[in-house]
Design a protein around this ligand. Structure first.
Ligand code: KG4
Ligand code: ZN
Length: 351
Protein backbone atom coordinates (compact mmCIF):
# COMPACT_ATOMS: atom_id res chain seq x y z
CA UNK A 1 0.00 0.00 0.00
CA UNK A 2 1.54 3.32 -1.09
CA UNK A 3 1.02 6.15 1.36
CA UNK A 4 1.75 9.84 0.89
CA UNK A 5 2.10 11.73 4.17
CA UNK A 6 2.24 15.41 5.04
CA UNK A 7 3.46 16.97 8.31
CA UNK A 8 3.31 20.69 9.13
CA UNK A 9 2.61 20.83 12.88
CA UNK A 10 5.56 23.02 13.84
CA UNK A 11 8.65 24.33 12.04
CA UNK A 12 9.43 21.48 9.65
CA UNK A 13 7.58 21.09 6.36
CA UNK A 14 7.71 17.38 5.58
CA UNK A 15 6.35 15.07 2.88
CA UNK A 16 7.04 11.35 2.59
CA UNK A 17 6.10 8.54 0.26
CA UNK A 18 6.25 5.03 1.65
CA UNK A 19 5.28 1.52 0.75
CA UNK A 20 3.65 -0.25 3.72
CA UNK A 21 2.87 -3.93 4.12
CA UNK A 22 2.53 -6.66 6.70
CA UNK A 23 -0.76 -5.75 8.41
CA UNK A 24 -1.13 -4.93 12.11
CA UNK A 25 0.78 -8.00 13.26
CA UNK A 26 3.94 -7.22 11.36
CA UNK A 27 3.86 -3.82 9.69
CA UNK A 28 6.93 -2.87 7.72
CA UNK A 29 7.70 0.25 5.79
CA UNK A 30 9.81 0.85 2.72
CA UNK A 31 10.69 4.52 2.52
CA UNK A 32 10.55 5.73 -1.07
CA UNK A 33 11.05 9.41 -0.27
CA UNK A 34 11.47 11.29 3.00
CA UNK A 35 11.70 15.05 2.51
CA UNK A 36 12.03 17.58 5.34
CA UNK A 37 12.45 21.30 4.81
CA UNK A 38 13.57 22.87 8.06
CA UNK A 39 12.65 26.45 8.97
CA UNK A 40 15.21 26.68 11.77
CA UNK A 41 17.17 29.52 10.14
CA UNK A 42 13.98 31.59 9.77
CA UNK A 43 12.90 31.25 13.42
CA UNK A 44 16.42 31.43 14.91
CA UNK A 45 16.57 35.24 15.22
CA UNK A 46 13.37 35.06 17.33
CA UNK A 47 14.75 32.36 19.66
CA UNK A 48 11.73 30.11 19.01
CA UNK A 49 9.00 29.24 16.50
CA UNK A 50 6.82 32.14 15.29
CA UNK A 51 3.44 30.61 14.25
CA UNK A 52 2.64 33.00 11.39
CA UNK A 53 6.11 32.69 9.91
CA UNK A 54 5.78 28.91 10.15
CA UNK A 55 2.47 29.08 8.26
CA UNK A 56 3.97 31.30 5.53
CA UNK A 57 6.94 28.94 5.08
CA UNK A 58 4.74 25.82 4.95
CA UNK A 59 2.61 27.44 2.23
CA UNK A 60 5.78 28.14 0.24
CA UNK A 61 7.48 24.79 0.86
CA UNK A 62 4.63 22.29 0.45
CA UNK A 63 4.29 22.66 -3.36
CA UNK A 64 8.09 22.65 -3.74
CA UNK A 65 8.49 19.40 -1.81
CA UNK A 66 5.55 17.79 -3.60
CA UNK A 67 7.05 18.72 -6.99
CA UNK A 68 10.30 17.04 -5.94
CA UNK A 69 8.42 13.85 -5.10
CA UNK A 70 6.51 13.93 -8.38
CA UNK A 71 9.73 14.43 -10.34
CA UNK A 72 11.38 11.52 -8.63
CA UNK A 73 8.50 9.10 -8.12
CA UNK A 74 5.95 10.07 -10.81
CA UNK A 75 4.97 6.49 -11.55
CA UNK A 76 4.37 5.75 -7.85
CA UNK A 77 2.23 8.80 -7.11
CA UNK A 78 -0.60 7.45 -9.23
CA UNK A 79 -0.56 4.25 -7.15
CA UNK A 80 -0.98 6.06 -3.84
CA UNK A 81 -4.00 4.65 -2.02
CA UNK A 82 -3.86 6.70 1.17
CA UNK A 83 -2.99 10.30 2.02
CA UNK A 84 -2.18 10.87 5.73
CA UNK A 85 -1.87 14.35 7.16
CA UNK A 86 -1.10 15.57 10.69
CA UNK A 87 -4.25 16.95 12.37
CA UNK A 88 -2.61 17.79 15.73
CA UNK A 89 -1.26 18.55 18.21
CA UNK A 90 0.77 21.55 17.09
CA UNK A 91 0.35 25.13 15.91
CA UNK A 92 -3.12 25.39 14.39
CA UNK A 93 -2.28 27.88 11.59
CA UNK A 94 0.59 25.56 10.61
CA UNK A 95 -1.54 22.41 10.83
CA UNK A 96 -4.20 23.92 8.55
CA UNK A 97 -1.67 24.51 5.76
CA UNK A 98 -0.95 20.77 5.68
CA UNK A 99 -4.61 19.76 5.94
CA UNK A 100 -5.67 22.14 3.16
CA UNK A 101 -2.82 21.07 0.90
CA UNK A 102 -3.62 17.38 1.51
CA UNK A 103 -7.34 17.91 0.86
CA UNK A 104 -6.72 19.73 -2.45
CA UNK A 105 -4.32 17.01 -3.51
CA UNK A 106 -6.85 14.32 -2.57
CA UNK A 107 -9.50 15.98 -4.73
CA UNK A 108 -7.11 16.20 -7.70
CA UNK A 109 -5.75 12.66 -7.47
CA UNK A 110 -9.16 11.15 -6.83
CA UNK A 111 -10.39 12.10 -10.29
CA UNK A 112 -8.21 9.31 -11.71
CA UNK A 113 -8.03 7.13 -8.62
CA UNK A 114 -11.45 6.45 -7.13
CA UNK A 115 -10.02 4.18 -4.42
CA UNK A 116 -7.92 6.94 -2.87
CA UNK A 117 -8.57 7.75 0.81
CA UNK A 118 -7.46 10.52 3.12
CA UNK A 119 -6.92 10.29 6.87
CA UNK A 120 -5.98 12.71 9.68
CA UNK A 121 -3.10 11.58 11.91
CA UNK A 122 -1.85 12.32 15.41
CA UNK A 123 1.65 13.76 15.55
CA UNK A 124 2.16 12.07 18.93
CA UNK A 125 1.24 8.66 17.53
CA UNK A 126 3.80 9.49 14.86
CA UNK A 127 6.53 9.82 17.48
CA UNK A 128 5.18 6.73 19.24
CA UNK A 129 5.44 4.60 16.08
CA UNK A 130 8.70 6.10 14.85
CA UNK A 131 10.75 3.28 16.33
CA UNK A 132 9.17 1.05 13.64
CA UNK A 133 11.09 3.11 11.09
CA UNK A 134 14.52 2.52 12.50
CA UNK A 135 16.52 1.04 9.68
CA UNK A 136 18.15 -1.46 12.03
CA UNK A 137 14.84 -2.71 13.36
CA UNK A 138 12.41 -2.41 10.47
CA UNK A 139 10.42 -4.23 11.58
CA UNK A 140 11.82 -5.01 15.04
CA UNK A 141 12.93 -8.62 15.19
CA UNK A 142 10.01 -10.98 15.64
CA UNK A 143 7.29 -8.62 14.38
CA UNK A 144 5.43 -5.88 16.14
CA UNK A 145 2.73 -7.64 18.08
CA UNK A 146 5.12 -10.36 18.95
CA UNK A 147 5.32 -11.54 22.52
CA UNK A 148 8.97 -10.58 22.54
CA UNK A 149 8.27 -6.83 22.37
CA UNK A 150 5.16 -6.13 24.45
CA UNK A 151 4.27 -5.00 27.03
CA UNK A 152 6.55 -2.03 26.50
CA UNK A 153 7.16 1.41 27.93
CA UNK A 154 7.44 4.29 25.47
CA UNK A 155 8.87 7.68 26.35
CA UNK A 156 8.03 10.56 23.99
CA UNK A 157 10.37 13.50 24.56
CA UNK A 158 10.02 16.47 22.23
CA UNK A 159 9.79 20.24 22.21
CA UNK A 160 6.11 20.13 23.10
CA UNK A 161 5.70 16.87 25.05
CA UNK A 162 7.14 14.59 27.72
CA UNK A 163 4.91 11.53 27.99
CA UNK A 164 5.30 8.02 29.41
CA UNK A 165 3.13 5.37 27.81
CA UNK A 166 2.46 1.74 28.60
CA UNK A 167 1.96 -0.27 25.41
CA UNK A 168 0.29 -3.69 25.42
CA UNK A 169 0.54 -3.87 21.64
CA UNK A 170 1.15 -1.41 18.81
CA UNK A 171 -2.50 -0.36 18.95
CA UNK A 172 -3.33 -0.80 22.63
CA UNK A 173 -1.60 1.76 24.77
CA UNK A 174 -2.24 4.10 27.69
CA UNK A 175 -0.61 7.30 28.88
CA UNK A 176 0.67 6.80 32.44
CA UNK A 177 2.37 10.14 33.01
CA UNK A 178 3.40 13.45 31.47
CA UNK A 179 4.96 16.79 32.28
CA UNK A 180 3.04 19.15 34.56
CA UNK A 181 4.70 22.21 33.02
CA UNK A 182 7.50 22.52 30.45
CA UNK A 183 8.37 19.71 28.05
CA UNK A 184 11.96 18.51 28.37
CA UNK A 185 12.86 19.81 24.87
CA UNK A 186 11.39 23.18 25.85
CA UNK A 187 13.65 23.22 28.95
CA UNK A 188 16.66 22.51 26.69
CA UNK A 189 15.63 25.39 24.42
CA UNK A 190 15.10 27.79 27.34
CA UNK A 191 18.36 26.88 29.10
CA UNK A 192 20.18 27.27 25.77
CA UNK A 193 18.78 30.78 25.51
CA UNK A 194 20.05 31.54 29.03
CA UNK A 195 23.48 30.36 27.90
CA UNK A 196 23.18 32.50 24.75
CA UNK A 197 23.19 29.48 22.46
CA UNK A 198 21.16 29.51 19.22
CA UNK A 199 17.72 27.90 18.72
CA UNK A 200 17.00 24.97 18.81
CA UNK A 201 18.89 24.50 22.05
CA UNK A 202 18.91 20.71 22.37
CA UNK A 203 21.71 19.90 19.92
CA UNK A 204 23.73 22.93 21.12
CA UNK A 205 23.52 21.84 24.77
CA UNK A 206 24.44 18.28 23.83
CA UNK A 207 27.55 19.55 21.99
CA UNK A 208 28.64 21.90 24.80
CA UNK A 209 27.91 19.34 27.52
CA UNK A 210 30.50 16.98 25.98
CA UNK A 211 33.17 19.51 27.01
CA UNK A 212 31.90 20.06 30.57
CA UNK A 213 31.74 18.33 33.94
CA UNK A 214 28.24 16.91 34.58
CA UNK A 215 28.88 16.91 38.33
CA UNK A 216 30.01 20.55 38.52
CA UNK A 217 26.60 21.85 39.64
CA UNK A 218 24.07 19.80 41.58
CA UNK A 219 20.85 21.01 39.91
CA UNK A 220 17.54 19.68 41.31
CA UNK A 221 15.92 16.57 39.84
CA UNK A 222 12.24 17.56 40.11
CA UNK A 223 9.75 14.81 41.07
CA UNK A 224 12.41 12.10 40.75
CA UNK A 225 11.33 10.32 43.93
CA UNK A 226 7.57 10.78 43.55
CA UNK A 227 5.71 7.53 43.02
CA UNK A 228 3.96 8.69 39.89
CA UNK A 229 5.05 8.95 36.27
CA UNK A 230 4.69 12.70 35.88
CA UNK A 231 7.51 15.15 35.24
CA UNK A 232 8.31 18.82 35.84
CA UNK A 233 11.10 20.74 34.13
CA UNK A 234 10.23 24.36 34.77
CA UNK A 235 11.87 24.42 38.25
CA UNK A 236 15.06 22.93 36.83
CA UNK A 237 15.22 25.68 34.20
CA UNK A 238 14.65 28.32 36.94
CA UNK A 239 17.50 26.82 39.02
CA UNK A 240 19.80 27.29 36.03
CA UNK A 241 18.60 30.90 35.76
CA UNK A 242 19.39 31.56 39.46
CA UNK A 243 22.72 29.80 39.22
CA UNK A 244 23.80 31.99 36.30
CA UNK A 245 22.58 35.11 38.14
CA UNK A 246 24.40 34.28 41.39
CA UNK A 247 27.68 32.90 40.00
CA UNK A 248 29.77 35.06 37.74
CA UNK A 249 32.62 32.63 37.14
CA UNK A 250 30.71 29.68 35.76
CA UNK A 251 31.84 27.64 32.80
CA UNK A 252 29.05 27.33 30.23
CA UNK A 253 30.21 23.78 29.44
CA UNK A 254 29.77 22.73 33.08
CA UNK A 255 26.30 24.30 33.34
CA UNK A 256 25.21 22.59 30.11
CA UNK A 257 26.57 19.21 31.24
CA UNK A 258 25.08 19.49 34.75
CA UNK A 259 21.65 20.62 33.48
CA UNK A 260 21.58 17.82 30.91
CA UNK A 261 22.53 15.25 33.53
CA UNK A 262 19.78 16.43 35.92
CA UNK A 263 17.11 16.28 33.17
CA UNK A 264 18.25 12.85 31.94
CA UNK A 265 18.47 11.39 35.46
CA UNK A 266 14.75 12.10 35.94
CA UNK A 267 13.75 10.74 32.52
CA UNK A 268 15.76 7.56 32.99
CA UNK A 269 14.78 6.89 36.60
CA UNK A 270 11.04 7.24 35.95
CA UNK A 271 11.13 5.24 32.71
CA UNK A 272 13.03 2.38 34.36
CA UNK A 273 10.72 2.41 37.36
CA UNK A 274 7.73 2.08 35.02
CA UNK A 275 9.51 -0.71 33.12
CA UNK A 276 10.04 -2.55 36.38
CA UNK A 277 6.52 -2.03 37.72
CA UNK A 278 4.85 -3.20 34.50
CA UNK A 279 7.38 -5.94 33.89
CA UNK A 280 7.94 -4.89 30.29
CA UNK A 281 9.97 -6.48 27.55
CA UNK A 282 11.03 -3.32 25.73
CA UNK A 283 11.62 0.40 26.16
CA UNK A 284 11.14 2.80 23.24
CA UNK A 285 12.23 6.43 23.24
CA UNK A 286 11.28 8.93 20.53
CA UNK A 287 10.89 12.64 19.75
CA UNK A 288 13.55 15.31 19.17
CA UNK A 289 15.28 14.90 22.56
CA UNK A 290 15.66 11.15 21.89
CA UNK A 291 18.14 12.14 19.16
CA UNK A 292 20.57 13.00 21.98
CA UNK A 293 23.38 10.42 21.79
CA UNK A 294 24.40 10.96 25.43
CA UNK A 295 20.85 10.05 26.51
CA UNK A 296 20.71 7.01 24.22
CA UNK A 297 24.04 5.80 25.57
CA UNK A 298 22.99 6.29 29.20
CA UNK A 299 19.75 4.38 28.63
CA UNK A 300 21.53 1.59 26.78
CA UNK A 301 24.25 1.18 29.43
CA UNK A 302 21.95 1.23 32.43
CA UNK A 303 19.46 -1.17 30.83
CA UNK A 304 22.28 -3.53 29.87
CA UNK A 305 23.61 -3.51 33.44
CA UNK A 306 20.40 -3.51 35.44
CA UNK A 307 17.74 -5.04 33.20
CA UNK A 308 19.59 -7.09 30.58
CA UNK A 309 16.41 -8.82 29.42
CA UNK A 310 14.78 -5.59 28.30
CA UNK A 311 15.23 -4.50 24.68
CA UNK A 312 15.91 -0.81 24.05
CA UNK A 313 14.92 1.01 20.85
CA UNK A 314 15.65 4.57 19.76
CA UNK A 315 14.92 5.63 16.19
CA UNK A 316 17.73 6.97 14.05
CA UNK A 317 18.12 10.76 14.29
CA UNK A 318 16.09 11.64 11.20
CA UNK A 319 13.09 9.78 12.65
CA UNK A 320 13.46 11.30 16.15
CA UNK A 321 12.91 14.86 14.97
CA UNK A 322 9.75 15.80 13.06
CA UNK A 323 9.23 14.05 9.73
CA UNK A 324 6.37 12.78 7.56
CA UNK A 325 7.46 9.14 7.39
CA UNK A 326 6.19 8.62 10.93
CA UNK A 327 2.86 10.19 9.88
CA UNK A 328 2.65 7.67 7.01
CA UNK A 329 3.19 4.88 9.57
CA UNK A 330 0.30 6.25 11.67
CA UNK A 331 -1.85 6.47 8.52
CA UNK A 332 -1.21 2.80 7.77
CA UNK A 333 -1.84 1.56 11.30
CA UNK A 334 -4.96 3.73 11.78
CA UNK A 335 -6.28 2.62 8.38
CA UNK A 336 -5.85 -1.05 9.34
CA UNK A 337 -7.60 -0.37 12.65
CA UNK A 338 -10.47 1.38 10.87
CA UNK A 339 -9.73 4.46 12.99
CA UNK A 340 -10.83 7.70 11.34
CA UNK A 341 -9.62 11.07 12.50
CA UNK A 342 -11.30 14.24 11.29
CA UNK A 343 -9.45 16.54 8.93
CA UNK A 344 -9.65 19.42 11.35
CA UNK A 345 -6.62 21.04 12.98
CA UNK A 346 -6.57 20.43 16.74
CA UNK A 347 -3.67 22.16 18.46
CA UNK A 348 -4.24 20.23 21.69
CA UNK A 349 -5.00 16.78 20.31
CA UNK A 350 -4.05 14.36 23.06
CA UNK A 351 -2.69 10.86 22.74
O1 KG4 B 1 10.18 16.12 17.98
P1 KG4 B 1 10.67 17.47 17.64
O2 KG4 B 1 11.49 17.64 16.39
O3 KG4 B 1 9.50 18.50 17.54
C1 KG4 B 1 8.41 18.50 18.42
O4 KG4 B 1 7.46 17.71 18.20
O5 KG4 B 1 8.50 19.28 19.39
O6 KG4 B 1 11.52 17.98 18.92
C2 KG4 B 1 12.16 19.22 18.95
C3 KG4 B 1 12.85 19.38 20.29
C4 KG4 B 1 13.48 20.74 20.51
O7 KG4 B 1 13.13 21.21 21.79
C5 KG4 B 1 14.98 20.46 20.42
O8 KG4 B 1 15.77 21.34 21.19
C6 KG4 B 1 15.04 19.05 20.95
O9 KG4 B 1 13.90 18.41 20.43
N1 KG4 B 1 16.25 18.35 20.50
C7 KG4 B 1 17.21 17.90 21.34
C8 KG4 B 1 18.23 17.35 20.52
N2 KG4 B 1 17.84 17.48 19.21
C9 KG4 B 1 16.62 18.09 19.23
N3 KG4 B 1 17.31 17.90 22.69
C10 KG4 B 1 18.42 17.38 23.25
N4 KG4 B 1 19.43 16.87 22.53
C11 KG4 B 1 19.38 16.82 21.17
N5 KG4 B 1 20.39 16.31 20.47
ZN1 ZN C 1 7.35 16.28 17.10
Amino acid sequence: MKILAIETSCDETAIALIDAKGGLKKPSFKILKNLVSSQIEIHRPFGGVVPNLAKREHLKNLPLLFDKIVKDQRSKIKDVSLIAVTAGPGLEPALWTGINFATDLYKKLRIKNKELRIIGASHLEGHLYSFFLNSKFNPPAGGLNSKSLFPAIALIISGGHTILIKMDSSVKYKKIGETCDDAVGEAFDKVARLLELPYPGGPEIEKLAKLGNPDAVNFPRPMINQKNYDFSFSGLKTSVLYYLRDNKDFKKEDVAASFQKAAFDVLIKKTLRAAEEFNVKSIFISGGVAANKTLQKKFRTIIKNKMPNIKFFAPSKKFCTDNATMIAAVGYINYLQGKKRKLVANGNLSL
